[in-house]
Design a protein around this ligand. Structure first.
Ligand code: ADP
Length: 500
């Protein structure tokens, strides 16, 4: 049906068929809600496509499909190696369709094409392959107690999983959630962010082609307050996995309490990056730049709060400014030399500009940037990379997550002060420490309250290593072996051997 697919030509000339329906039971269908959402190219503010948007009735249909697939014929009982095989096949299909997936991601989200292809889509392949490998290696334990008892554990799938993903890494976030959920034998209803539904709807076609049975993966576009909330409150959804803002994470936690869903949340951050006077300053400036300026600063683990030891502060700020000049080429994300594309939407663009105004009003020093960038085509949600210095710990721009190409740099005197101030936040997602002193690096890694600590790097995460937050940055872990825990229930079986 023409209402469910459109023929598109992307700005890089690539032609492809874009699904615009809801993906339920391995078919694209129109939304019962009758609602649609138009998605915008953030580079030139033009419309890309109008996509069906799920309401609560559509969510209910998708959940029923997922429940049926979980039970009958039972996805959970499919041989574990077969599940792994399907994930491997999906990885191969993603690899084969990498260029069209990266094109859609760049068009809809605004991230550079080279990054979408070389990092995001490549990462999706890595994650699916990694969890394909785990599918037949998930097992319980035999636990010795007394000769009268044989006790063992089974790791069972949780059931129907609701998965709500954000717009900053649409395909990556889908893979982080689908990979472990499917490896463990769950079925899913996954909701795209309303700003960036297109790449995931294309991924749906590959899920079907890989051979996953109908209903195992259902993909919906829709607004958070409607489709997202309907998933979070649905009584037949067993688990919610969410990535997004802390405020929305809190709401989802409340909504999910209706039937006490198992939850994992990956939320916001204001991650510190500490530079000691013994650091390799060139190396520190390089990572401090990429750790917040990549992806237009739309990174939940962005090391956006930099603390530099006072004796090297001025030198570090100079080096950082040089990195911006050398690396932060703003432009059309389809151009090879572009480092920074636009913010994803007008709302995000205005939000970042709002923080720039707040920083100025609060009396911090605007050292670089702080203005929109209009030289690409006179349009688009571009903002110049922005540094504020002389930032005080009580300022809004020091405390709140900005989610843009925006960094605050402050100075400290002693190691104790650096640790205390790094931890003085409601968040705890990431942190980075730059020092040549190996003892100091490891000691500080233990004392920092965050799910990840990088020593002498920033934001070089890896699919084999767990990822998640302390404090209000989240609950549970994704990626690595730890990511499996989010998608299995441990059942204990006691067998009486006493004969009485
Ligand atoms: P942002 O504010 O940057 O758009 P959100 O954290 O609100 O980020 O969005 C992340 C994801 O959560 C998106 O898929 C969005 O649709 C969804 N979402 C937003 N609000 C709700 C809600 N009340 N219930 C469920 N999902 C929601």
């Amino acid at each position: 049906m023409s209402d469910l697919f459109v023929d598109l030509t992307a700005p890089n000339g690539r032609k492809y068929k874009q699904p615009i329906g809801l993906f339920i039971n391995n078919e694209f269908v129109g939304a019962k809600s009758g609602k649609k959402i138009t998605t915008i190219n953030p580079t030139d503010e033009r419309e890309i496509a109008t996509v069906h948007a799920a309401g609560s009735d559509d969510v209910d249909i998708a959940v029923k499909a997922a429940r049926k697939a979980f039970k009958d014929p039972s996805w959970r009982d499919v041989a574990t190696s077969t599940r792994g095989g399907l994930l491997n096949k999906l990885a191969k299909l993603v690899e084969e369709h990498a260029e069209v997936l990266a094109t859609i991601e760049t068009w809809d989200n605004g991230k550079p094409y080279s990054v979408a292809l070389g990092e995001d889509v490549k990462g999706v392949v890595d994650v699916f392959r990694y969890y394909a490998g785990w599918a037949d290696k998930i097992h319980g334990q035999v636990i010795d107690t007394t000769p009268n008892k044989f006790a063992y554990t089974i790791r069972e799938p949780v059931g129907v999983c609701g998965q709500i993903i954000p717009w900053n890494y649409p395909l990556s976030m889908a893979s982080w959630k689908l990979g472990p959920a499917l490896a463990c034998g769950n079925t899913t209803v996954i909701k795209a962010a309303e700003q960036t539904p297109l790449s995931i709807l294309y991924l749906a076609t590959l899920i079907k082609e890989a051979g996953f049975p109908p209903g195992v993966v259902n993909i919906l576009n829709g607004y958070g307050q409607e489709a997202g909330a309907a998933i979070a409150t649905h009584p037949d959804v067993d688990k919610i996995a969410f990535t997004g803002s802390t405020a929305t994470g809190r709401q989802i936690m409340k909504l999910a309490s209706v039937n006490m869903k198992n939850i994992t949340l990956e939320t916001g951050g204001k991650s510190p990056l500490i530079v000691f006077d013994d650091a390799n300053l060139e190396q520190a400036a390089k990572w401090a730049h990429s750790g917040v300026m990549e992806n237009s600063g739309q990174i939940c683990t962005a090391t956006s709060r930099i603390l530099v030891q006072d004796v090297v502060y001025d030198k570090f700020v100079e080096l950082y400014k040089e990195k911006i000049k050398l690396i932060s080429k703003i432009g059309d994300p389809f151009k090879d030399d572009t480092f920074q594309g636009p913010q994803v939407s007008k709302a995000q663009y205005e939000r970042v500009l709002g923080y720039i105004e707040a920083g100025k009003k609060e009396g911090a020093t605007l050292t670089t940037g702080g203005v929109p960038y209009k030289d690409v085509n006179g349009k688009g949600f571009f903002i110049e990379p922005t540094i504020f210095t002389n930032v005080k710990d009580n300022m809004t721009i020091y405390r709140e997550e900005v989610f843009g190409p925006f960094v605050v740099i402050s100075s400290f005197k002693t190691e104790e002060e650096a640790i205390d101030r790094a931890n003085d936040t409601t968040y705890g997602l990431g942190a980075a420490v730059f020092t040549q002193n190996i003892t100091r690096g490891h000691k500080i890694a233990r004392r920092i309250e965050s799910g990840t600590v990088w020593i002498n790097s920033s934001n070089d995460s890896d699919f084999r290593i767990p990822f998640g937050g302390f404090k209000q940055s989240g609950i549970g872990r994704e990626l690595g072996e730890a990511g499996l825990a989010a998608y299995t229930n441990t059942k204990a079986v006691h067998v009486n051997l006493s004969g009485c």
